[in-house]
Ligand binder design. Structure first.
Ligand code: XMP
Length: 327
């Protein structure tokens, strides 16, 4: 029967057999899957693995620090952070169409990853003349099934990673989670000693806060949304509900304004939408009946603490017809 210790031992042996003395690269997203996949590979081959974390500025509050400090401390993994916040803002300037945003984010992400890889290969050459041959992917069993199953190394999921990776990134894939379900991945992550904030994290889309601003993306809007999102996550966790709900997108309606009265007078601010959902697999979902007291607390805090927001609204639509994300 299933036992996380056995799975770890099995995968470690498999990774060693596949990789030998080769160099391996892994992109960390801040999410559970890539974090656990990288930790397994690191356990197997140590510093033959280098991880790359792309800070594109569409991350949530504290995510970068959790990866750079907590995750690195827990694993000892060698991590390179690439800060491309400015580059992403410029590339996304004036864009409000959701699919165009995704395309731009995917393209910029790949570009960044390739640049980082080129630098790392140079670096590796100085050490022992060995280029990076393998790429770790946190593909899970449901992803394999969804994409038609077991076509070997060519099969890279596109939805969950930002836009997927191009074919000419000639890497051999290492996919240590390929036979596992999400709860099993969480169990392995816990067994490997990864931080709970990462292992228990709810799904978060690759394009990040970029597809939670309805309208174009600016630094100011990102900061505002990040602050509102942090309040919601804090209060859901404090209420002990973060593990019960599947996800709670927090959405900024950047092109909508409404009149409010705050402090000394009239305001003309933006609404924030709360989108708490319950789901098994994100294919269908129902809106979560959060306690009124909790909703009141979240609403009060957001309107008091986040400058420019004067209204908080609740999305009471199931999926279908609504998708989980607004974009
Ligand atoms: P929807 O909005 O289609 O979302 O009901 C279903 C699940 O997928 C996530 N999602 C994404 N994940 N890149 C991702 O990595 C994307 O472009 C993307 N769009 C949606 C969403 O958060 C939900 O879990």
């Amino acid at each position: 029967d299933w036992n996380s210790g056995n799975v770890i031992a099995e995968q470690v042996a498999k990774i060693r057999a596949q990789v030998g003395a080769g160099k391996v690269i892994c992109g960390l997203s801040g999410g559970v899957d890539s974090a656990v996949a990288a930790a397994l590979v690191h356990k197997a081959i140590g510093d033959q693995l280098v991880c790359v974390f792309v800070d594109h500025g569409l991350l949530r509050e504290d995510e970068r620090r959790q990866v750079e400090e907590d995750y690195v401390k827990a694993t000892g993994i060698r991590l390179v952070t690439v800060d491309v916040r400015e580059q992403f803002l410029v590339a996304l300037e004036g864009v409000s169409d959701p699919e165009t945003k995704r395309k731009i984010i995917g393209r910029e992400f790949i570009r960044t990853f390739e640049q980082a890889q080129a630098e790392l290969i140079d670096e590796a050459k100085e050490i022992d003349g060995d280029p990076i041959r393998f790429l770790v992917q946190g593909t899970l069993y449901p992803d394999v099934v969804e994409s038609g199953g077991g076509s070997g190394t060519a099969n890279i999921k596109s939805h969950h990673n930002v836009g997927g990776l191009p074919d000419d990134l000639k890497f051999e894939l290492v996919e240590p989670l390929r036979t596992l379900f999400k709860d099993e991945v969480r169990a392995i992550g816990a067994e490997l000693g990864l931080p709970a904030e990462i292992v228990q994290r709810q799904p978060f889309p690759g394009p990040g806060l970029g597809i939670r601003i309805v309208g174009s993306i600016t630094q100011e809007r990102l900061d505002l949304l990040r602050q509102a999102d942090a309040i919601v996550r804090f209060e859901l966790t404090a209420a002990g509900l973060d593990r019960e709900i599947w996800q709670c997108p927090v959405v900024l309606l950047a092109d909508v304004r409404s009149v409010g009265v705050q402090g000394d007078g009239r305001t003309y601010g933006h609404p924030i939408v709360l989108r708490p959902v319950s789901s098994e697999d994100a294919m269908t979902a129902d809106w979560t009946r959060l306690p009124y007291d909790l909703l009141a607390k979240i609403s009060n805090r957001i309107t008091n603490e986040v400058d420019g927001v004067n209204r908080v609204v609740l999305d009471v639509t199931s999926k279908p017809p609504g998708t989980i994300e607004w974009e």
